[in-house]
Structures are given as structure tokens and as C-alpha cells.
Design a protein. Structure first.
Length: 173
């Protein structure tokens, strides 16, 4: 939605997928950690990775130690590139574990996008929502840490109205 208004959006999950597809050293480290079954035909199968790591906290922690440093490096480089280009009114970065990783210091402001838990589960694309989110801060904790809270509990029109209200005075979109 923000892209239509001149903002550039970076999705850190997409960067992670790109790293796992193109960074041979990173891919090999993940395979060494989780076993060759997670990479049939040499391609990391995210569902197989998730099935392993979201049942084993230690394994997930080791995977994060492998993935997060190059992810942050790639993210910061991309942010710098977009800033230098100067073509966009704002830069929006989606980071599911922003506060858990302590990465909020890299941003001018943070926004927690909030919705009721049942609605989040309904919108979720994976089956083990509760297991995956159990390692994250609660919605209330994220709201407390964020500079602003954006409520996403309705349709797209309501969300756009909430975005305009929230950001209208803060950035000129």
C-alpha cells in the first residue's frame, strides 16, 4: 500500500530467501546444521527447515546465528543504496523479529502493525502459527516498544485510512 504513495518496501523474509538461494556458503552452513534432507536437489526447502527448527529451540537459535548476520548486512546495504538513489519518499522495512533482534536502532521510527490474534491466525500462511509466534514478543510488548502502532483489523480501505492517519503528519507521502 505504501509503494503506491512513493515509499520503497523491503521484506526481510525475501532477503533471507534470496540469501539461501544465492549464497553458497550460507546454504552449505544451513545444510550442515539441518542435514541434506532440507535441500533436495540442492535447493533449500523452507517447509522442511521450518518443520525442524520450530520444534527445536536450540536448532532455531543456531540457524538464526547463521542467517541473521548476513541478513542484517544485506539489509543495511540495501537501505543505504535506496537512500543514495533518493527516488522514494520513505523506506519501509518489514522485519518480523525487529525488537527481538535489537535491530530497531537502525531505523528513524518503528511501527508495530497490530491485529487481533484470531485474525492474525486466519491471515497466516503457515499452519503452526502458535508455535512460531511463541518465541516472539507479545503484541502488547511490541506496541510498547514501537514508536507508533498501526491497527490492521479491518479491510484494505480501513488499513489505508489508518496508514494515512498515522503517517500523514510524520512523512509526506
Amino acid at each position: 500500500m505504501l509503494e503506491k504513495s512513493g515509499a520503497y518496501r523491503i521484506d526481510t523474509d525475501m532477503i533471507t530467501h534470496q540469501l539461501l538461494s544465492h549464497d553458497k556458503v550460507l546454504k552449505e552452513r544451513v545444510i550442515q546444521l539441518l542435514g541434506s534432507d532440507v535441500a533436495p536437489k540442492g535447493v533449500i526447502d523452507r517447509k522442511k527447515v521450518a518443520a525442524i527448527v520450530f520444534k527445536d529451540d536450540e536448532c532455531l537459535s543456531q540457524l538464526e546465528k547463521i542467517i541473521h548476520p548476513p541478513l542484517l548486512e544485506k539489509l543495511l546495504a540495501r537501505m543505504e543504496q535506496i537512500d543514495k538513489e533518493g527516488h522514494y519518499k520513505a523506506l519501509v522495512v518489514e522485519i518480523p523479529l525487529l525488537f527481538e533482534l535489537g535491530w530497531e536502532t537502525h531505523f528513524d521510527m518503528t511501527i508495530a502493525v497490530m491485529a487481533p490474534k484470531d485474525l492474525c491466525k486466519e491471515r497466516c500462511s503457515f499452519n503452526d502459527y502458535d508455535n512460531r509466534t511463541s518465541r516472539q514478543l507479545t503484541a502488547a510488548q511490541k506496541a510498547k516498544k514501537a514508536d507508533y502502532v498501526l491497527h490492521n483489523d479491518g479491510d484494505m480501505e480501513k488499513l489505508q485510512t489508518n496508514i494515512n492517519t498515522l503517517l500523514g503528519d510524520r512523512i509526506q507521502i
